[in-house]
Design a protein. Structure first.
Length: 382
């Protein structure tokens, strides 16, 4: 490549031809600037994956700046950025060790390691750093066997649904309106009874529900997931009813909106949502609710159902759907993979929560009679 890359935050990534030296360019560019450019230009994954990688690199950049300053006895200033020369094998190893010491899950540490590894390869290809030794660092080893995901048991999930439906008939103490209650129930059911991702719910188009069977009695849902992969699956009656109830109560202000769950804002005394009409969707956000707004929709319902505060998160409902699905008689992993939108069945297999008690119960169910040892003991006792 030739010429200088565009400046980011005052830094310029210099030209890096085959004969370019390593030390001067690395000293002239900060980690934060390089990471921002890397995330913006080279990550071709879905927006959620881009945000995940960017967040991992932001945390690493902040830690590295503090670590680099302390290494040279300098006072760390908020917002200061370490140079690229600070990205060494020792620094990355220390960072990963610190993450593990904090008690983070091995999968979380592995995700941060993957982001740093890809960033290092990018810098190495540009001849800004020598990442030969850095790329040889072993990542955290996952626990043997399928990892488990936080989820609700069946009783807790039933309570969540009951609370969400009860809000459709508000009492004097309840702040939610019937319109918001219908929306919230539809969101909860899509997450917990269909296993949709947060991003999929937020980006769901208003025409996502359609009739597929020739008799016209079964509603289907079309979802665009990670990597812009589409999937279609039939809806159960309770989910279809919740979506129909929300469709019937959608405010007139958003009747032409392309999203099923656009931003509404606060309801006025007359029941209108002026903000929804006054703020049409932009090209960037298309009027969708934020991840934080989705959490604020789901968390109060889960909290009212007695769910632990740590689990009051939309993604827990996705895990709940998958876990309870695999506990049904006749459940098939490949069907769940299709419903969840997983590219690899290995990801789906993480929802197989088989305990020692369940294995022993299965063995007892398959026993057709006493074991050979038991038969011999009985013969001797006769």
């Amino acid at each position: 490549m030739s010429g200088a890359l565009s400046p980011i935050g005052g830094d310029v990534l210099p030209a890096c031809g085959p004969g370019a030296a390593l030390a001067p360019p690395a000293a002239a560019v900060s980690v934060g600037a390089a990471a921002a450019r890397f995330a913006r230009l080279t990550l071709a994954q879905a927006p959620q994956t881009q945000r995940t990688y960017h967040g991992c690199l932001e945390r690493f950049s902040t830690w590295l700046s503090e670590h680099h300053a302390g290494r040279y006895g300098l006072a760390y200033e908020q917002g200061a950025q370490a140079p690229l020369e600070a990205i060494t094998a020792d620094a990355v190893s220390a960072y990963l060790s610190e993450l593990e010491a904090r008690g983070l899950a091995a999968s979380t540490v592995k995700k941060d390691r993957a982001a740093i590894n890809r960033f290092a390869k990018y810098l190495h290809a540009l001849r800004l750093i020598d990442a030969t030794e850095l790329l040889m660092i072993d990542g955290p080893r996952m626990r043997r066997g399928a990892s488990t995901r936080d989820s609700l048991d069946e009783a807790a999930w039933r309570r969540v649904q009951k609370i969400a439906r009860a809000r459709l008939t508000p009492d004097a103490r309840q702040r939610s309106t019937p319109t918001l209650a219908a929306r919230d129930l539809a969101v909860v059911m899509l997450l917990g009874a269909c296993g949709l991702r947060n991003e999929e719910v937020r980006a769901l188009p208003v025409d996502a529900v359609f009739l597929r069977r020739s008799d016209g009695n079964r509603a289907w849902l079309r979802v665009t997931g990670k990597g812009r992969r589409d999937r279609e699956f039939p809806l159960t009656a309770d989910v279809a009813d919740a979506l129909h109830a929300w469709e019937a109560r959608r405010p007139a202000e958003i009747c032409e909106h392309p999203l099923m769950f656009p931003r509404l804002g606060r309801a006025h005394a007359d029941g209108t949502y002026a903000r929804a009409a006054a703020t049409p969707p932009t090209r960037e956000d298309r009027g969708r609710v934020s991840s934080e707004a989705l959490r604020k929709i789901v968390a109060p319902v889960m909290r009212a159902a007695g769910v632990d505060e740590r689990l009051c998160h939309p993604h827990v409902l996705r895990h709940t759907f998958a876990t309870l699905y695999m506990r049904r008689d006749g459940a098939r992993l490949e069907h769940l993979q299709k419903l969840m939108g997983h590219a690899s069945i290995d990801t789906t297999a993480q929802y197989l929560h088989t305990t020692a008690d369940e294995l022993e119960a299965d063995a007892r169910a398959r026993d057709r009679g006493p074991s050979p040892l038991e038969r011999d003991r009985r013969r001797r006792a006769a």
